[in-house]
Design a protein around this ligand. Structure first.
Ligand SMILES: *Cc1c(COP(=O)(O)O)cnc(C)c1O
Length: 394
């Protein structure tokens, strides 16, 4: 607005507050563009921006500078060409499934998926006529064996929840490629610090950035990363139709988390090693699941594929549900809570919480027992954490 157009009435001046664009220096942190829309000097510029997905910013459901900084950073860490931040991890998963599947399609999915994804797939089966076959994900020959003419997608997790299964990604993605399937990998538990599924043949990577990427239990978010441009534009177009976008403030918090992800991830892994090793020596514990343990069924694959074994440790207590109730009510430092990847340790009982949508047969098939407890190891000193877990066990 030029001075000659200046309106002096207080209502008008209060509305038209202008940001000053810094000159001669650059902000050290990515600025938060908490704006839903962008304004234009003239119609041709506006129309041009509106018609191009990668043109000037117009409306924050389509794109926002803060959100884009986050997307570009995660795409770079994952080795992808572009990314789309979403309102949650489930927003990322549902956008991928609803954008790439249609009625009659068949999906191959790993058994023991994140509970929310398992129930979403069940819902899509029932209401959208999408069929799912669950794989053990132990032998890549399972892919060809389960394929039908309608099979369209293979859905995997880098480190599966809660038992830490790691499937042989390169072998599974090449089996999927031979069958003409799109491979989607949920890389939440590994984060782009421990694994890059796109480099191992995955087509789409999804994250719940609520977890390690955000890292501080203060933001819910998700992200989709791809390397193929055509796939990227399909997902962007449908994702904006579905309204999956992240809020700029959530993206801004996630950028701050991302900056310390590598250091945090190292410590999560180191602390998890202490907890997992001590648990194996404890008489109340029947079995420990952490892919870094030499006797974990996925240990060899994890060693070859990952730059660290992650921060999630699960274990079976002798005494089933009763023992799990008593353990979870005694912890003091660790919190009984859903979710993971924050600075503080969280403890969860999968059979009553995250996997309660599964019937007992499906639960057993996924290897989850009534006495299974999951510990998402945080960044406390490992000795303090172990003292707490040990007193709750004893
Ligand atoms: C938490 C989680 C999700 C869902 O993410 P939200 O951010 O809670 O929507 C999906 N996959 C995995 C592996 C998760 O841990």
């Amino acid at each position: 607005m030029s001075d000659s157009q200046r309106h002096d009435r207080v209502q008008t001046r209060a509305v038209h507050i202008r940001a000053s664009v810094p000159e001669g220096s650059v902000p050290a942190a990515v600025p938060l563009y908490q704006t839903s829309l962008f304004t234009f000097e003239d119609l041709p510029t506006f129309a041009d921006a509106w018609s191009k997905p990668d043109g000037a910013f117009t409306y924050s459901r389509f794109g926002n500078p803060t959100t884009k900084a986050f997307e570009d950073a995660v795409a770079d860490l994952e080795g992808g060409s572009s990314a789309m931040a979403t309102a949650s991890g489930m927003g990322a998963v549902s956008t991928v499934l609803l954008s790439l599947l249609r009625t009659g399609d068949h999906v191959l999915a790993q058994r023991g998926l994140y509970g929310g994804v398992f129930t979403l797939l069940a819902d899509l089966c029932e209401r959208w006529g999408i069929e799912v076959t669950y794989l053990d994900a132990e032998d890549p020959a399972e892919v060809a064996a389960a394929c039908r003419p309608t099979t369209r997608m293979l859905y995997l997790e880098t480190i599966a929840n809660p038992l830490g299964q790691v499937c042989d990604l390169p072998a599974f993605t090449s089996a999927a490629q031979r069958a003409g399937l799109i491979t989607v990998v949920d890389n939440t538990f590994a984060s782009p610090v421990l694994c890059h599924p796109l480099r191992h043949g995955a087509d789409v990577v999804v994250h719940s950035t609520t977890k390690y990427i955000g890292g501080h239990s203060d933001v819910v978010g998700g992200i989709i990363v791809v390397k193929d441009q055509e796939l990227a534009s399909t997902l962007w177009r449908r994702g904006t139709e579905l309204g999956a976008c992240a809020d700029p403030f959530a993206a801004w918090l996630s950028i701050r988390g991302l900056q310390t992800l590598p250091v945090r991830m190292r410590q999560h892994c180191a602390n998890a090693e202490v907890v997992a090793t001590r648990l194996t020596e404890h008489p109340k514990v029947a079995r420990v699941y952490w892919p870094g343990l030499p006797d974990h069924p996925s240990h060899a694959t994890a060693r070859a594929l990952l730059d660290g074994y992650g921060g999630v440790v699960a274990f079976d207590l002798h005494g089933g549900m009763e023992a799990a109730r008593s353990f979870t009510s005694r912890i003091r430092l660790a919190s009984l809570a859903p979710s993971l990847g924050g600075v503080g340790t969280t403890v969860l009982h999968p059979a009553s919480i995250s996997h309660s949508g599964m019937d007992p047969d499906a639960l057993r098939a996924a290897g989850i027992d009534q006495g299974t407890v999951r510990v998402a190891v945080g960044l406390e000193h490992p000795e303090d954490l172990w003292s707490d877990l040990a007193q709750a066990l004893d």
